[in-house]
Design a protein around this ligand. Structure first.
Ligand SMILES: Nc1ncnc2c1ncn2[C@@H]1O[C@H](COP(=O)(O)OP(=O)(O)O)[C@@H](O)[C@H]1O
Ligand SMILES: [Mg+2]
Length: 348
């Protein structure tokens, strides 16, 4: 039995990935309970407990589409993530942060938790901020020899590209990808197949960020590599029913086939795991994270991004990969907590 701890689960938040985070939060909270720890769970967007009578986790499932910006604006008016400031952190031993996207994943909450001087799971401020910024992380990948699709970043004042900016897209050919620089869960992302789709794609990305990225489309297989501690987990291949691994394919049962370990040669497996670990390390990630790749027809593994707070439902990718390496969901949760406590003890 692990040492009994007082664990605070943070889930929900005010990003478009709010519902996904609540689903992760429920799974983590249940595991924390089964592990024999005492449990608190709070949604920082509302400041309210997520536990009902008898400690039951209160939250609905994930809908087919993410909450729209209007409903998120209503949630933000409730005092947003600042409500965490009022929490008495001395009452807990460790914080299990399973917020996804936005201020829960971009270093903001991590800074608040640093000030609270309590250990928390996952990456710290800098790695979280870098990983959330696809442009910044891709620059580092490129500098360190991790292949990443060619891209162009536009910082926009209005949801459209100037003729000069459009000119920069000529080298991509069709299709190409338009996405918010700091999004997640494929929200605001479009594959543009022909010129008249560009306008709508830029508008969709701009809805979530004034920094819009255009990226070369990598036709081929989709793979993801989780890292736990400093060890890459078995590779997962993702085969979505749609052209890309979009929100619906991510969160609707039966819309995606997952193969773990992915059917790759030993050399390919080693290479993509090395790249996943290297991406984790150059951003300075801690605890656990997951790196997304597309394997081009040329056999090159192109790194798309690192997710510092990947999904943690029983069906999510890191839990799947951990399971393939013999680590149950509960053991995975305990390991992530242990890594947070070790980091704290190491004084970082
Ligand atoms: N350059 C690309 N080429 C091909 N598919 C892509 C590309 N970029 C994104 N995708 C598809 O969109 C999904 C989400 O993109 P990603 O960059 O990982 O952003 P998010 O943070 O939203 O997960 C990927 O899992 C993949 O299916
Ligand atoms: Mg991704």
């Amino acid at each position: 039995m692990p040492k009994k701890l007082r664990v605070l689960v943070l889930a929900g938040g005010d990003s478009p990935e709010r519902e996904v985070s609540l689903a992760s939060g429920r799974a983590v909270a249940e595991a924390v309970g089964h592990l024999g720890h005492s449990l608190l769970a709070i949604d920082p967007a509302t400041g309210k407990s997520l536990l009902g009578p008898e400690g039951k986790f209160l939250a609905d499932g994930v809908h087919e589409l993410p909450p729209d910006s209007k409903s998120l604006a209503v949630i933000r008016q409730k005092g947003a993530i600042r409500t965490v400031e009022k929490f008495d952190f001395s009452a807990v031993d460790v914080i299990f942060n399973i917020l996804h996207g936005g201020r829960g994943e971009d270093g903001t909450i991590q800074a608040l938790l640093d000030l609270a001087e309590r250990p928390y799971t996952g990456s710290g401020v800098l790695a979280s901020a870098l990983a959330m910024n696809k442009h910044a992380s891709k620059k580092l990948f490129k500098a360190e020899g991790i292949p990443t699709p060619d891209w162009e970043l536009f910082t926009l004042k209005e949801p459209k590209l100037s003729p000069e900016e459009k000119g920069k897209l000529k080298r991509f050919g069709y299709p190409f990808v338009v996405k918010p620089n700091d999004g997640g869960s494929t929200v605001g992302l479009t594959v543009v197949h022909k010129p008249d789709e560009l306008e709508g794609a830029v508008e969709a990305a701009f809805e979530y960020s004034n920094q819009v990225m255009v990226e070369e489309f990598i036709a081929g297989r989709e793979l993801t590599v989780g890292v736990l501690g400093q060890t890459p987990l078995p590779v997962v291949e993702i085969i979505p029913k749609h052209e890309i691994y979009d929100y619906t394919c991510k969160y609707t049962a039966g819309m995606t086939e997952y193969i773990c370990p992915a059917k790759l040669t030993d050399d390919q497996t080693r290479l993509v795991q090395e790249l996943g670990l290297k991406a984790f390390q150059i951003l300075g990630c801690e605890g656990f994270a997951r790196t997304d790749f597309r394997m081009g027809k040329d056999g090159v593994f192109y790194c798309l991004e690192v997710n510092t707070l990947p999904g943690m439902t029983n069906l999510s990718l890191v839990p799947k990969a951990a399971d393939a390496s013999g680590l149950s969901f509960e053991k995975l949760v305990q390991k992530i907590i242990d890594l947070a406590m070790e980091r704290r003890n190491a004084g970082s």
